[in-house]
Design a protein around this ligand. Structure first.
Ligand code: NDP
Length: 289
């Protein structure tokens, strides 16, 4: 048996095409172009690439992109002042602050300064609370992408046993909340979990968001389970080249056991930007009432 590989890139391309139509219809109906402001502080090369590709996609689907590239030495007060300006700018419907921020800036203070209705990353405590209490919320993009992939495979997830490996605020916890809202029986595992392989083996749905290369082995997976690999880990470079990117799941081993599996790269990653733009349109809709 070999698992079916979930083509996240193709799925995300389909979402982006549908979103382009939705943006066109929105503009026509409201005579308004949704706008996304992306703020990056410092010169982290990965952050610069992420911000560039987010801005490009935003424009490609017909929205406006406002990029704010700030110096590494930018003070927290100046960053908060920019966020306050973006919060009250009518042309900006979504605000994203690229993480990580330089160490002299308090991430939580910055994320909580973003107006909850413009918080397209879904990291604000109000959106986290709304998600946890079953109210309409802007949901973090990566878990939202994972859920859309899972629903595309299974349709109704009710009653399925789901294990989320990782309990971060940006992936693990919101992923667990989303699966709970779909009436899955959810277990959250982390670094203090006992018998992790045994816990994983009980799961019909296994979402790995742990940041450890190829940690989940083939014999941790229930035969036929759906495996969503969120991890992005760069292996050490060999022969002077760039290190290979791998997920948190041992893909080759998992392929022989799982029913469906996302590859890395090309699985969850491409879904994240598509969900960010979905959130931006949703935020624009909410803001115009
Ligand atoms: P964090 O480092 O914030 O969280 C990792 C989680 O994994 C923690 O809850 C930690 O447990 C748990 N963990 C770490 N080591 C072990 C272990 N040996 N056994 C069991 N649990 C362990 O990571 P993120 O949630 O931010 O990201 C996870 C991965 O997903 C990373 O590879 C990241 O690059 C990737 N990612 C990918 C995205 C995409 O777009 N595809 C977007 C965001 C992240 P504890 O809490 O006990 O310390």
């Amino acid at each position: 048996m070999s698992a079916e590989v979930i083509d996240g890139k193709a799925f995300a391309d389909g979402l982006l095409r549908a979103l382009e139509d939705d943006v066109r219809a929105f503009k026509k109906e409201h005579d308004l172009v949704p706008g996304l402001a992306v703020v990056v502080v410092g010169h982290d090369p990965a952050s610069q690439i992420y911000v560039g590709s987010k801005a490009r996609r935003t424009v490609e689907i017909g929205m406006r992109s406002y990029e704010h590239r700030l110096e590494e030495a930018t003070s927290e007060a100046d960053l908060l002042a920019l966020i306050r300006r973006l919060n009250s700018a009518p042309e900006v419907h979504g605000i994203l602050v690229q993480l990580p921020l330089p160490p002299h800036i308090d991430d939580a203070a910055v994320l909580d300064a973003i107006a909850p209705e413009k918080d397209v990353d879904g990291f604000h405590v109000i959106n986290a609370g709304r998600l946890a209490t079953g109210q309409s919320a802007l949901v973090p993009c990566t878990p939202s992408g994972c859920l859309q992939l899972l629903k595309s495979i299974h349709g109704d997830l009710a009653g399925m046993r789901a294990l989320v490996l990782g309990r971060s605020n940006i992936v693990g916890k919101p992923m667990a909340q989303l699966l709970l809202a779909e009436s899955c029986t959810v277990t959250i595992a982390h670094s203090r979990t006992r018998d992790l392989p045994g816990e994983c083996r009980r799961a019909d749905i296994l979402v790995a968001a742990v940041g450890r290369p190829r940690m989940v082995k083939g014999d941790w997976i229930k035969p036929g389970a759906t495996v969503i690999d969120v991890g992005i880990n760069r292996l050490p470079a060999v022969d002077g080249g760039k290190g290979k990117i791998v997920g948190d799941v041992d893909f080759e081993e998992a392929l022989a056991v799982a029913g469906h599996i996302t590859p890395v790269p090309g699985g969850v990653g491409p879904m994240t930007i598509a969900c960010l733009l979905q959130n931006t349109l949703k935020a624009a809709r909410v803001q115009i009432g």
